[in-house]
Design a protein around this ligand. Structure first.
Ligand code: HEC
Ligand code: HEC
Length: 321
């Protein structure tokens, strides 16, 4: 994944502009001289900065995490119940890994949603027709929780930082479901970012590669401990902020401070918010902003009660500015 041609073009542009600065400097015409130096100088700086950013991005894209994040050699075998859990959870992957947001996860041209020519970037086909048929279960688990490709390179966009909370049992159920999907062709092409993609990566599109050894699953019960686990795997913090004290969602909408809201509600009011989208005051939630329907499909009554126990137990906290 090294765009040598792109890097060479950006470098040549920087050098070419630098050469023009030199030419302008030697000009006898004063206006031409200063206009040329300022104009060509500016572009020299821009292309030189772009070259350095692209170079760093390329190095980061080609880093290898095999030593720091070795894949385990677990093998997945799931009961019917676990498969059902895996299927429910896989719906959270469909927003990226499916072009119609539905199962099966047959892949999606993710780069097509980014308004810049960054090269090829698919959220790959995760059915048994896709690349992962050649990956071990341990490698697929590592991709989900640690954001590392089979080759050891970092995965881009893939939010492992959010899925790292998945317990060993639940991530195995998820992989068992991926393997059980119908094999849907065509396979998605291998990802390949060009120099513009490398610049974006350098600006922070790259995700983290947390190293996860083992995550025990708390017992499924109506208590705050299991509720906290659900809050993590349902990624409430992604929008409501690290401590759920309020945050800004990906689309820019404001997600309220849950520590001030939920402690005022009864368990029944809370459950109703998820099952119907209706707040205790009668207002309706917008499913595009707060995807309560997806959460409601995923969560059992026990899950919602546990989530309530956890949120209800949080001390009301004002967000620090
Ligand atoms: C925000 C979008 C997004 C979400 C949500 C997401 N993924 Fe990904 N995923 C990606 C992208 C993009 C890649 C490809 C990254 C690359 O090649 O650098 C990827 C790569 C992968 C890979 C590596 C496959 C391969 O052939 O290279 C696996 C496995 C995977 N994702 C599993 C999942 C699972 C399981 C979920 C749900 C729990 C999920 N992903 C949720 C965007 C996403
Ligand atoms: C994709 C972003 C997103 C995620 C993920 C998300 N929320 Fe929300 N949530 C919002 C937004 C935005 C609002 C405000 C919606 C509105 O004003 O219509 C909201 C509103 C709420 C409300 C109503 C608060 C009020 O008084 O209006 C509750 C309760 C809530 N979320 C709980 C949760 C829980 C629990 C989770 C995790 C299971 C979660 N949310 C995950 C974005 C999100």
């Amino acid at each position: 994944m090294i765009d040598f041609v792109g890097l060479a073009i950006v470098l040549a542009l920087a050098l070419g502009c630098g050469y023009l600065v030199k030419r302008a400097w030697g000009s006898k015409n004063k206006i031409l001289k200063w206009a040329g130096v300022v104009f060509a100088g500016l572009f020299t700086l821009i292309f030189a900065a772009a070259f350095i950013a692209a170079l760093i991005g390329t190095i980061r894209l080609n880093a290898n995490f095999n030593a720091s994040n070795p894949a385990s050699n677990v093998q997945v075998a799931a009961s019917a119940e676990q498969l059902a859990f895996g299927e429910k959870y896989a719906k959270f992957c469909a927003g990226c890994h499916s072009s119609n947001q539905q199962l099966p996860l047959s892949g999606n041209n993710f780069g097509g949603e980014i308004p810049l020519p960054i090269g090829t970037l698919y959220a790959p086909n995760l059915t048994p027709a896709g690349e992962i048929k050649n990956w071990t279960d341990g490698e697929v688990i590592r991709a989900i929780r640690e954001g590392v490709h089979k080759s050891g390179r970092p995965l881009i966009i893939m939010p492992a930082e959010e899925f790292k909370a998945l317990s060993d049992e639940d991530v195995k159920s998820l992989v068992a479901y991926l393997r059980s999907q119908p094999a849907v062709e065509p396979n998605t092409p291998p990802n390949n970012l060009n120099v513009i993609g490398a610049i974006l990566v350098n600006m922070g599109v790259l995700t983290n590669q947390p190293h996860i050894e083992s995550v025990p699953k708390p017992a499924v019960a109506v208590n705050a401990e299991y509720g906290k686990y659900l809050k993590e795997i349902m990624v409430c913090s992604g929008c409501h902020g690290e401590n759920l004290t309020g945050g800004t969602a990906f689309d820019g909408s404001q997600a309220p401070n849950l520590t001030l809201v939920v402690p005022k509600w009864s368990e029944q009011e809370f459950t109703q918010v998820f099952r119907t989208g209706t707040l205790p005051g009668g207002e309706k939630l917008d499913n595009h902003k707060m995807p309560y329907q997806e959460f409601s499909d995923f969560a059992t009554d026990t899950d919602l009660k546990a989530l309530y126990q956890y949120l209800h137990s949080l001390p009301p906290t004002q967000a620090s500015p």
